[in-house]
Design a protein. Sequence first.
Length: 614
Amino acid sequence: MCGFVVQISKFPKFHSAQISKKIWHRGPDATGVYHNKINEWYIDALHRRLSIIDLNHHANQPFISKCGSHVLIYNGEIYNWKSLKIDLINYGSKFKTNSDTEVLLEGIRIFGQEFLSRVNGMFAFVYINVQEGQILAGRDRFGIKPLYIYEHDDQIVLSSEIRGVEAALGRRLQPDRSAFSEFFLNGFLYEPRTGVLGVAKVMPGSTIEIRLPERKIIYRRYHLNESKQPTWSDVLAQVKLEANADVPVGIFYSGGIDSSVIALAAKAEGIKCFFVDYGKGYEADLAVAEAFCREKKLQLESYKFPNSGNSVDTILASFQQCAIGNEELISDYTYISTASLAGIAREAGFKVMLSGMGADEMFGGYPRYTLARQWSLISRTKPISELVAKVATYFRPGDKRVHRFLEFVRSGDFVRGYTSLVGYFSEAEVAEMVGTSDDIRFFYERVNSHLSQFDTCSSLRRALFLDQTGYLAHNLTVADRASMSQSVELRVPFVSEAASRFANSLDDQNLIHGLDGKMPLRKFLHDEGVGHHFRRAKRGFNPPLDGMIKSLGQAKALEIFDSLNTYNFIEKNSVERIIIEHFKGKRNNTYRIWQLIYFAFWCDHRMNDRDFSM
């Protein structure tokens, strides 16, 4: 796991020291630089390494072939690198290291982007063919590893993080106002958008080829090897495969279904489970975690969440840290939990952690999928369904889930309805805040077009597809930023070809039965004799935001937006109404207020250029 910045430009200026400083956290073990010139284009790269496989310095990057004409700058892990290496040796290749980096370079050198169809892993890379004047950049099938691109007439920057792009440019990049509506509807943006003007993501499962000297850019998707239909055994084998490393491996353990399956399937000697204890109100989660680990003889380390009950200043500092750390318009506070836990793991000597992330989106774990499955019925009985939702809202006015259900029932099409189950703001509220409904319309047009390939699928499958390309993508970004902020590699075995294709092979009822999702995982735990631990409502890896917002109080919450000049971006009356409504007890607006505060800190950071006075 590493970080890099690659610049292709018409000028020789490359801010190596500034770039290295900005992405140091992604790879404190080694630094490498590369400089070359192809025709009139300067090629500059900086790589920071977090050593996981083959700790020898010969595996450092940029990795250059013996002839000097082929260069790889890479972030990630190739889990099947050993079998790929054998195939390449049989093909005639010779290797000088035991690293997955050299395997990836050699495979691309011989087979081009078609080699990626055989790769099982998470990765983002830039490959340079000096003789051909060709640069190939790519990203793994699910976008587990980030890859950002900034394009200008005389400059292209590819980077693992947005701050790396900015370090190369020597300036802060501004907010993309056209993305605000989508952010408030979802709490995140669908890729390739980032919310930062001029910066996009290379799409998952895609490559871009840059041909020099004409600077021709070609975008492609690469095909996957689907010769074998995975089984549940293959999913478990993937977990065990990802538990292998040349350094200690741990587990982010929540006491829930997903991480419990990971813990049982990994079966790695010395593996340790790290648990976040949120304190009062979360005692049941800790009790289950302790009982499960005791029963299965797993090591458990419980860590007290740091911000529970802390001062207003501490809470706001964590909110700001989250907004800056996530980089994109993604208001996900689990950044703090993950970063804190990753820091504890790193101090304990763990550089690699496993997570159960992705199981919900692959196997139908979120409660909203139960509603999504009933979309056809709800659409046919809309008057009755809307009446039921209104009655529920009347009796439970403070329940945010009831309000989301009402918006779902009222919506005119599936994408609108499903978005209301994911986000916290209605379309009317977003239009009022942003000052236009045009961007809302453009967003729905884009997502409906994106979903059109699944028109004949069930509403559950359409919801899963939306989440795998939207909600899960944002989770992966947050997890990458948070874990790498502490120089820890996070592996997500359920976000894999084995898990995805196995889940897609199952009928809907084999994913969700009644109100219970993730049936294959539940069956596995039942067969292991521990299913009784997981007969409780889903809690998720969510910190206690209700208490934090309450601690701020109405006056402080209102003050934040004035002090950060937030009303240069969104309408003041809307924000104040949401805050006052919450603190008067008319409605639980915790997550709306949190999203607004995140937005305020994020915009303030975007508009602040003092870090780039060079």
